[in-house]
Design a protein around this ligand. Sequence first.
Ligand code: NOJ
Length: 478
Amino acid sequence: MKNVTRREFGKVAAAAAALAGVSLPEFSLAQQPLASRQFPPGFVWGCATASYQIEGGVHEGGRGPSVWDVFSHTPGKTFDGDTGDVADDSYHLYKEDVRLLKSLGVGAYRMSIAWPRIFPQGTGQPNPAGLDYYKRVLDELQANGITPYVTLFHWDLPAALPGGWQSRATALAFADYAGYVARQLADRIRHFMTTNEFICFTDLSYGVGQFAPGLKLPQAQVNQIRHHGILAHGLGVQAIRASAPAAQVGLAENAKVCVPVIEDRANLEAARRATREENAPFLTTLLEGAYPESYLQREGANAPRVEPGDMKAIGSPLDFVGLNVYNPTYVRAAGSALGYAIEPYPASYPHMASPWLYLGPECIYWAVRNVCELWHPAAIYITENGCSAADVVTPAGRIEDTDRVMYLRNHLTHLQRATADGFPVKGYFLWSLMDNFEWADGYSKRFGIHYVDFKTERRIPKLSAEWYRAVIAANAVL
Ligand code: NOJ
């Protein structure tokens, strides 16, 4: 390192601090000036959760069973036989959850509505008590100045729907439910997301068998189920628009994030091309209003059956695209027909507490950039980003989750780059407000910035909550 005298060093630090508009004691020598870590004015900071993962109260207020109640009560399906019967008990403790949000200083909360609370049978007679619960939650948010961003389907499908997503009728039932909720709650909700993460409630649920209902069907049927999923989204968009014309409508999708192995032209182009191909059955199709020819050719006889009008609905214009971003897929240029190759993770590649959660914070930048360059959406939200960590409560009662802070800080650094490049990123929702039911992993994986003691339901802010509060206050990466 070049030798600098104390005097020279002081001068440089003072000049940098003056540029950044902060006083010297606040100036961290280890970081860039605050100005280059700043998010645009009005950037939306939020936290995310989902109904089945936090609510509990599964038999209350007239709620019908969901496929996740059935699945989690089937021996051997979830870690330790964990279920969402009680979860974070947000059905009763929602006011406390809103207090946590308020104390973080977030402007927005991404939550989901449980379809079987509104239509216990999936269709037919609505359940006023279910709707009243969400009115109470939404009113509490409003009283605290927090804007709701509401997902209509985050995997808790009413168990009563025959065949679940195997049936085309489920897509139509979803549209009825979406239209009903939008009509009833248009005065309280301005931002709707139709569905969350297609691949999880289609492939993983009906092909791999890892998620409810836990089936392992052949590819042709899985492709048809995918089609019903995106059709539900499209019909849902139309129904929301008809019922709540002033609402902003989008979705939350965990598109595969293709990161160029080297930031040069050839690899950048390969990553963009890969983004389109790798997301062919879902995001690509609904943003282009047609299945890519390459996808149809690849699937051949297994390609989905499409009815007249389906593609128009599926391609319904959106106000925003929500991206759930967790991990990178590294891509390089290749001489193959596709023009790219995916690099497998080496054995030593680091991951967070969930074995699938490979660490690659630049993925959040490439998620935004690839999607914007391919499809030019009007607005992008990061609808989820966060990580599991092996949190422990210290004898002093604290949770020092420095690994989670590291994960989040690095992702936000790369998200800031996307905003500085001028991409229309409007907001960021951290997954999750608090530890909750992590699907097949039950309560064994903690994603919250508040620790939940599942015996007492006590919530304790982790170091990451303290850090996020500071980030929000500064509107900058800290
Ligand atoms: C994606 C899902 O939307 C959410 O439900 C899940 O808990 C997180 N990722 C973490 O796996």
